[in-house]
Design a binder for this molecule. Structure first.
Ligand code: GDP
Ligand code: MN
Length: 337
């Protein structure tokens, strides 16, 4: 497979769209997609969307990861969707499985309690918890992901609504951004009853990891005493893995890991990543990609105005999560006055 932009044939122009300006400049970046073999159709949908709206012009590589080997059928069906290099990776057991030192009785009790409370979001399954922990602290250590600095996380069955006519990885790099989002919202408190207490213990113990110009006000309405449950929806992320690989985040993840909350509660990678980005990065290093139209499950972000027209967005600009009651976007924007 050819990964060079020069291999792309001349596209057809129309009045709305200009061919993206693919210069020689490229970021050291990849797509990362975690999936099961049973997610095949959803993976195809997501990859087709990402390719059609962006990557067929840029040909950034794909890394697909699974805790079981991908089947030949999976690999064949997915490989036709892109001209970029695709890598299929197996996740090592030590990165995925519930660690042996976790008290399984206590973990089981928590799963059963969450099932009973109908906290369906993975509350009842070990695999969902493994996934949340993996996305929090391990994907960026996978040998196929190690070589890259920036990644774009994609999940099965997401949709990108608009053309993207510039390179978001280069945008991140050139503007010194470390984390980005399209949708932010409030977390379900019963999944993280002791997470904030743990975060406060961590910052008491390691105050030097906290960035001076942080985004604490995005997370807390009372200067850090309590968590307002705001977080970035991490099924979409474009971010800098140097941040996850940093001393601060490594210490933070290890601290959370030892508390066992990925299994004794159901700590999600979304609040974990969000809290870290908000506290250990400068607030101006977090970016809202307003121009990336995106849908996951029932929530979507749809750009409006000029962006909607120029980028041929296939979504209803009125149907957007941006300033709805459970969104935290207004709070994010308030950080910048
Ligand atoms: P939700 O978005 O919170 O509803 O969670 P998903 O079911 O979409 O899972 C999040 C991501 O992890 C998706 O990319 C899934 O394909 C992936 N995932 C979830 N559970 C597993 C699993 O047990 N094995 C593998 N390989 N991937 C998983
Ligand atoms: Mn999902």
């Amino acid at each position: 497979k050819s990964g060079s932009p020069g291999a792309i044939s001349t596209p057809t122009y129309n009045s709305l769209q200009t061919y993206p300006n693919v210069t020689g400049n490229r970021a050291n970046a990849t797509f990362v997609l975690l999936a099961r073999n049973s997610d095949l159709l959803g993976v195809i949908n997501s990859m087709q969307s990402a390719e059609d709206r962006f990557n067929r012009f840029y040909n950034y590589p794909w890394v697909l990861l699974n805790d079981e080997p991908f089947t030949e059928e999976f690999k064949d069906r997915v490989s036709v969707l892109t001209r970029a290099p695709i890598h299929f990776g197996l996740i090592p057991k030590e990165h995925w499985d519930q660690p042996p030192w976790i008290d399984e009785d206590r973990a089981r009790e928590s799963r059963q309690k969450m099932m009973a409370k109908k906290i369906i979001y993975g509350g009842g399954s070990v695999s969902y918890r493994n996934m949340c922990r993996y996305n929090s602290g391990f994907f960026y250590r996978h040998e196929l992901v190690q070589p890259y600095r920036y990644y774009w996380r994609v999940e099965p069955d997401v949709r990108f609504f608009c053309d993207l006519d510039y390179d978001p990885f280069l945008y991140m790099q050139e503007h010194d951004k470390v984390y980005s989002f399209t949708i932010s919202l409030v977390e379900w408190e019963p999944t993280i009853p002791t997470l904030w207490r743990t975060v406060k213990e961590f910052i008491d113990e390691y105050p030097h990891y906290v960035e001076n110009h942080n985004a604490m006000d995005f997370l807390s309405n009372d200067g850090g005493k309590t968590y307002n449950l705001c977080h970035f929806w991490s099924n979409f992320e474009i971010a800098d893995m140097e941040f996850w690989r940093s001393e601060a985040y490594t210490a933070f993840f290890d601290y959370l890991e030892l508390k066992g909350g990925f299994y004794y509660e159901r700590w999600g990678d979304a609040p974990v990543h969000s809290i870290a980005a908000a506290l250990f990065a400068r607030r101006d290093q977090i970016h809202f990609f307003r121009d990336i139209g995106y849908k996951h499950d029932s929530f979507q972000h749809c750009p409006s105005g000029e962006q909607h027209r120029l980028n041929r967005c296939a979504c209803d600009p009125k149907d957007t999560f941006d300033y709805t009651p459970n969104s935290c976007l207004a709070k994010f924007e308030k950080l910048f006055g």
